[in-house]
Design a protein around this ligand. Structure first.
Ligand code: 5GP
Length: 221
């Protein structure tokens, strides 16, 4: 028996089912930074691109950051069952398109989801075994306020609104499998990567193990 008969993928690893890696946090807890670092450093995880009815912000690219769609298109997609989950967040609709993710998971692709607690709950209800839920917390309420105050150009009212939304998001911390306090970015990123690596090794995701162990146990078959 040669090593090549024990592995089944082009890169020499065992075949496995992909996972859905959900990162949620209140805004100001560093979710976007950590998500970007993960995508930059790990070639085996890709971004799940959501559809949204919110207009693009400067610099955002259609098809990369979001699929920007009209309210009519979004409603039609909801009616057609095209979303794995969808939610209204701050007055705009957001949804995860189903087709691409379902096909990718079968091929062993991991998807990163930057979605809120409502979407997380829905994905968990539908695809519990594929979902890994990670929540990021700020180190303190003072630090969160500092991060949400930005360059000091926003009114006290705007900042207060952000703080209230952040508090409401934080209250859902107990709907997650892992909670990481983002005290310093490098440390937080390291912990998030460890979670991803460990979750990839779960027996149930390693679909190639059946053949692999059969060959280990019966090398002469
Ligand atoms: P933003 O408009 O700032 O990009 O995102 C606003 C909120 O919508 C964030 O909390 C983000 O996590 C959430 N969000 C983005 N895409 C989706 C999605 O497909 N589904 C759900 N449920 N929430 C989403």
């Amino acid at each position: 028996m040669t090593q090549s008969t024990l592995v089944s993928q082009a890169d020499g690893t065992l075949a496995r089912r992909g996972l859905m890696f959900i990162l949620s946090s209140p805004s100001g807890a560093g979710k976007t930074t950590i998500a970007r670092m993960l995508l930059d450093h790990d070639p085996h995880i890709c971004n799940s691109v959501s559809c949204t009815t919110r207009p693009p912000r400067p610099g955002e690219v259609d098809g990369k950051d979001y699929h920007f769609v009209t309210a009519e298109t979004f409603e039609r997609m909801v009616d057609d069952g095209d979303f794995l989950e969808w939610a209204t967040v701050f007055g705009h609709s957001y949804g995860t398109p189903k087709a691409q993710v379902k096909a990718g998971l079968k091929e062993g692709l991991d998807y990163l989801f930057d979605i809120d607690w409502q979407g997380t709950q829905q994905l968990y209800q539908k695809l519990e075994r594929d979902v890994v839920r990670v929540f990021l917390l700020p180190p303190s309420i003072e630090e969160l306020r500092r991060r949400l105050t930005g360059r000091g150009t926003d009114s006290a009212e705007v900042i207060q609104g952000r703080m209230e939304r952040a508090r409401s998001e934080i209250s859902h911390w107990d709907g997650y499998d892992y909670v990481v306090i983002n005290d310093d970015v490098a440390g937080c990123f390291g912990q998030v990567r460890h979670i991803l690596q460990a979750e990839r090794l779960r027996r149930a995701r390693q679909t190639g193990l059946i053949g692999f162990t059969r060959e280990l146990l019966n090398p002469d078959d």
